[in-house]
Ligand binder design. Structure first.
Ligand SMILES: NC(=O)c1ccc[n+]([C@@H]2O[C@H](COP(=O)([O-])OP(=O)(O)OC[C@H]3O[C@@H](n4cnc5c(N)ncnc54)[C@H](O)[C@@H]3O)[C@@H](O)[C@H]2O)c1
Length: 293
């Protein structure tokens, strides 16, 4: 029997490994024989991982300390961790969901992911339409390769200040996921030079640790389900996302880079076909100018 996935003894790093999608992914990778380094701000406790690393992805020093504990050579990196932005400030949401991933990509993954390796980020269906020119123009200050951690945090704070200085976290959620999608697209060439692939998945609403926050934001679980189940007729499960991530990091996806996987059972397809209304086609500026934050 052939090992088409090819995870045996590969060094895999998963952020957000303690809960939801990251946990489901970590369990699968262990099962597939990978050497898994599980990063989270809380103990993951997934049996069989090579090492568990507690780190706060909202703090540069903590990320640096985590990478000091990781092997020099990484085969597959999965950036899964994130916050919902419902009980987080705009700056915190942008920092954990985006600034950390950009910093890790530019400061570490460029050198540490081995030839033939793979990077996959979990963004969100909330980050759709990042490629629309007017939306993309709002994102480019955040993907600037020359912007280091401090510069990026300053740009986020300046963006917040330009809209009054008290933007809620959920605004940061959309911006962070859009920016991460653009980052993936912009870094394709950089990583291709080392035959490293970089991709993103855009999950639909998924029953994970953050579903309670999203339900709160949408006026309760019934409302959330009514607006988010789509053609599948159910919310996604963490394993639905983990399986797609396993594919993207595997040998099966060896010619897949710069892809944006809608893991939504067709919800975005309906929007693209004009069958369902397109939800997120507005720029941040249009949205923030039209209604109070
Ligand atoms: N659940 C959904 O409906 C949904 C939809 C689209 C995208 N996403 C994205 O999926 C990803 C995974 O989230 P999930 O849904 O599995 O939620 P989850 O809350 O179950 O898991 C998120 C994990 O990230 C970790 N984390 C959060 N902040 C951290 C920090 N500062 N440092 C280190 N670890 C931190 C948490 O401890 C947790 O283990 C996130 O990026 C999220 O934005 C989720």
């Amino acid at each position: 029997m052939s090992d088409y996935l090819g995870y045996k003894d590969k060094v895999c790093v998963v952020t957000g490994a303690a809960s939801g999608m990251g946990r489901a992914l970590t369990e699968m990778l262990v099962d597939l024989g990978a050497s898994v380094f599980a990063i989270d701000r809380v103990a993951a406790g997934v049996p069989g991982v090579t090492r568990e690393i507690i780190a706060d992805l909202g703090a540069k020093a903590s990320i640096d300390a985590a990478f000091a504990e990781l092997p020099e050579r990484i085969d597959v990196f999965f950036g899964v961790a994130g916050v919902a932005g419902v009980h987080n400030s705009f700056l915190e949401t942008m920092t954990v969901n985006y600034v950390s991933n950009k910093y890790v990509t530019d400061a570490y993954l460029v050198d540490r992911v081995a030839e033939g390796g793979s990077i996959a980020f979990v963004t969100s269906a909330g980050g759709l339409r990042w490629e629309f020119p007017d939306i993309r123009a709002e994102l480019t200050p955040f993907t600037d390769p020359d912007a280091d951690w401090d510069a990026l945090v300053q740009r986020v704070a300046d963006f917040d200040a330009s809209y009054g200085g008290d933007l809620p976290g959920f605004r940061g959620y959309i911006l962070s996921k859009r920016a991460l999608n653009l980052l993936v697209a912009e870094r394709v060439q950089t990583f291709a030079e080392k035959r490293v692939r970089i991709n993103a998945i855009l999950p639909a609403m998924t029953a994970t640790g953050m579903i309670g926050d999203f339900a709160e934001q949408r006026g309760g679980m019934d409302n959330l389900k009514a607006g988010s189940t789509g053609p599948a007729g159910r919310l996604a499960e963490p394993a639905d996302m983990a399986r797609t991530l396993v594919f993207l990091g595997s040998d099966l996806a060896g010619f897949v880079s710069g892809s944006f996987f809608d893991v939504d059972f067709g919800m975005n397809a309906l929007e693209l076909a004009g069958i369902a209304p397109m939800r997120t086609k507005w720029t941040m500026h249009e949205s923030l100018s039209a209604q109070p934050a």
